[in-house]
Design a protein around this ligand. Structure first.
Ligand code: AP5
Ligand code: MG
Length: 214
């Protein structure tokens, strides 16, 4: 099973991917996470991507498609892929088709997380993650069970993303509207898009996604 989680910044792509990995043993392929890892490691890709990401603009199609290709090449053929934050442009959509074909895979579902853009600003500016294992939290909607301690690994170190300021978030929303949303009709024409209410609670959204995959 290979699926795309599509939705604007803060729609819950990362949160829902983590649940799918846990419940179904799929692998999350988040180009945002891969790029942030490259930035931290100061690799050539990371050095090129950092300023672009800090502005909330898009890193080149070639860079992100190569990351996806390399990751799929390293994956077991039987493990399902969750594309989180990729594809984001028409060119990436075409490149993904080629990459999937090359690895003997095909796209089963595009799940659109439909959300209210204004509410997302609040979601994103309240987001933080575990500095050790990356588990995602939110100041009010999704705090750890024990204040200041990661549910997943027990770490007490947390961090916030540098591109999670209100100004950058609004730019990322605009980039989504102009570059990414236009790829949906092409998938709709293939009959593989299902829309889920991304404003529902995290568990409810997870249930709706599981119903699609069942
Ligand atoms: P990326 O990391 O992909 O960021 P994004 O698309 O802006 O999406 P986010 O990660 O902000 O949101 P999300 O949907 O994962 O939400 P989350 O689950 O965290 O990309 C970052 C940058 O990298 C881009 O701007 C670009 O520069 C570059 N990049 C990445 N991919 C690229 C590509 N393919 N091409 C070119 N450039 C690329 O949830 C958000 C918060 O809300 C969390 O705190 C969570 O706990 C909470 N929450 C989640 N669901 C719910 C819910 N149902 N109810 C209440 N709260 C919830
Ligand atoms: Mg994310």
């Amino acid at each position: 099973m290979n699926i795309i989680l599509l939705g604007p910044p803060g729609a819950g792509k990362g949160t829902q991917s983590a649940g799918l990995v846990e419940r179904h043993g799929m692998k999350q392929l988040s180009t945002g996470d891969m790029l942030r890892a490259a930035v931290s490691a100061k690799t050539p890709v990371g050095l090129e991507a950092k300023a672009v990401m800090d502005r909330g603009e898009l890193v080149s199609d070639e860079i992100v498609s190569k990351l996806i290709d390399d990751n799929l090449a390293a994956m077991d053929a039987g493990t399902g892929a969750i594309f989180d934050g990729y594809p984001r442009t028409a060119a990436q959509g075409e490149q993904l088709d080629g990459i999937l074909a090359k690895h003997g895979r095909s796209l089963d579902h595009v799940i659109e997380l439909a959300v209210d853009v204004e509410a997302l600003v609040e979601r994103i500016t309240g987001r933080y993650s575990c500095g050790n294992c990356g588990a995602l939290y939110h100041d009010t909607a999704n705090p750890p069970a024990k204040d200041g301690v990661c549910d997943a690994c027990g770490s007490t170190e947390f961090k916030r993303r540098p591109d999670d300021t209100e100004e950058t978030v609004r730019n990322r929303m605009e980039v989504y509207r102009s570059e990414t949303a236009p790829i949906l009709p092409g998938y709709e024409a293939r009959g593989i898009v299902t829309r889920v209410d991304g404003m529902a609670g995290i568990d409810e959204v997870a249930g709706a996604i599981d119903a699609i995959l069942a």
